[in-house]
Every structure is written in C-alpha cells, then in structure tokens.
Design a protein. Sequence first.
Length: 364
Amino acid sequence: WLTSDNMHHQWLLLAACFWVIFMFMVASKFITLTFKDTDGYGAKQEPLILTAVTKVEEVHVPEEKHWPEEFQPTGKAFAGNLIRQPLVHMERLELLRNVCRDTALRDLSHTAVSKFVLDRIFVCDKHKILFCQTPKVGNTQWKKVLIVLNGAFSSIEEIPENIVHDHEKNGLPRLSSFSDSEIKKRLNLYFKFFIVRDPFERLISAFKDKFVHNPRFEPWYRHEIAPGIIRKYRKNRTETKGLQFEDFVRYLGDPNHRWLDVQFGDHIIHWVTYVELCAPCEITYSVIGHHETLEDDAPYILKAAGIDHLVSYPTIPPGITVYNRTKVERYFSGISKRDIRRLYARFEGDFKLFGYREPDFLLN
C-alpha cells in the first residue's frame, strides 16, 4: 500500500514537471517572437487617423498575402531573416513612444496627419520606402538616394543639383498625391524613416541658409519673409540692417506666430518642429536617424530598408555632423533669457521626443 502511494506521488510530481517545462517553452517562444520585431509594433500597428484627409476610422491591416503585389513589403527589414536592431535605435523608438504617451506634453508631441504632413513624405514604391523630409538635416542627400532608387537617374553623381528639389522632374512622388486608401496601405506596410538634429542648431542652420547666405537664390526669404518678421518683432525700428537672429528667435518663440506662418506658406518647413513636419506620434516610423550620428545611422538605414546593395549614402565631409556647442552658445549669447525660454517652450516636444538635452545656457 505504501509502495503504491509513493508511486502515485511520483507520477504526480513527474506530470507537474512536464507541465512546467511545457509552459516555459510556450513563454520562451512568445518572448522570442516579440523581440524579433524590428519595427517596434509589428503587424499590429496603432490605428491611424488621417485628420483633414479622410474620415476618422480604425485601420485594420489584413495579412500580407491579401494585398496586391505592389503593396507587398520588400527588403531585409521585412524578410524572414530580420535584422537585429541595434540597441540605440530600439532606445530611440522606446523614448519616442514614452514621450508620445505623456499627457503633459500632448500639445507639443501630437499633430494631425494632414496634407501638410503628407506633402513632406516622399515615396519609393519600388522598394517600399517612405521618407519624411525634415529640412536642414542633410535631406538633400537622402532625396538623391530615393531619386536613384526610383529610377530617374542611375547614380547619385548624375543628378543635377537643380533637379533634386524640382518635384516636377526628380521622380519623387509625395504621399499626398495618392488616394486615402493607398496612403493608409503605404503607412502601414512601408519602411518609414526621417532624420533629426539638435533643434536649436537646426534653427541656426535655417537662419544662415535662408537669410544670410541664401545659396539657392530664393529672394522671397530676404525680400518678403525677413521684412515681415522685422516689422513685427524688431525692438529698435530705426535699425536698417537685415534680419538678425534675435528677430528670428522672437518670431519663432511667439505663441501667436501662426498668423505670420500662414502668410509665409510652405517656406516655414525650414524651421517648424519635427512634430509638425512628420507626426511621429501618429505615424509608426521604422527608424529615426540622428544627424549627429549620421556616419553610423545612414548605413544602418540603408541596410534596414534592404537597399544597401543598390545605393550608398553620399560621402559625409569630416566634422559636418558634429554638434557645435560653441556655435550654438555664440548665437544665443545676445538673446534674452525670456526669448530663449519661449523658443524652447515651442520646441520642447522635439527636444523630449528625440532625446536632446535642454541647453546649458537655459539652466544657468
């Protein structure tokens, strides 16, 4: 009787062990599948709302095999052998998601996916890529990459500089040119990326490029936009010099800046926030590159998109991507703390979403 009872307990113990092992195997499989997803959200993406473009509705993405061939994802990032995403890129996307969920920053981190946003996103259907343009962070070079991929030119070296930004001739369609249903399919299935840099350094670059040097000879910046800012924001009206950085900062930091933005039209893309340009909390991007680490990020983006064997990012001149703290401090040295704080308040969403530190001169 005792022997029978012992055998019964042993069988129960053995069955319990098998059950624990089985549950462990199931859990391990689930964890493995979860962390292999290089896109962050996997196939179950958050519902997309296209405000001012289409009616608000939840977007359900069917299985891949039900899509027409032209919408099938391609490239290594979507293939069976998924690229292991470096820790830095995972951390950037995780930070973005966390800040997007912060209700205290909602007004600074969220925007409607309107036509203005869709106009900023360029499409490469052949390789299933979407690129959101954020001016003053090396976008010209990325546009050249997409122009070659779209087949308008066979190599980057062959592209005339005057063609790159001529959207009638460069063969780069904007996402806004598609129907609502086609927009949704591409946003859900394509590889999506954009590039950021320190927000204040970007503003300095925009100021120098458009109001000081103006190498593309765009007269409206100096002769239309600059006078409009000076009339509204220059304290000493007797000064006759051109637009100064101080005037520019006052304009950008003014909570009521939008009435001038409307007059300036799409020219404001060179200094509006990344949030307003690319809607990073509404659109699930695959990769966010940083200008400061572009030497590493550019090859990674090409590889993640599955195009590294087709095209290379143009050579980056030495030192051009390095954050120039001295230059930033010099430009802001003559600006009042009040004006700098108002400017930071407008761009705080960009600082927080992409991990840029609040400037030291604001803390002193």
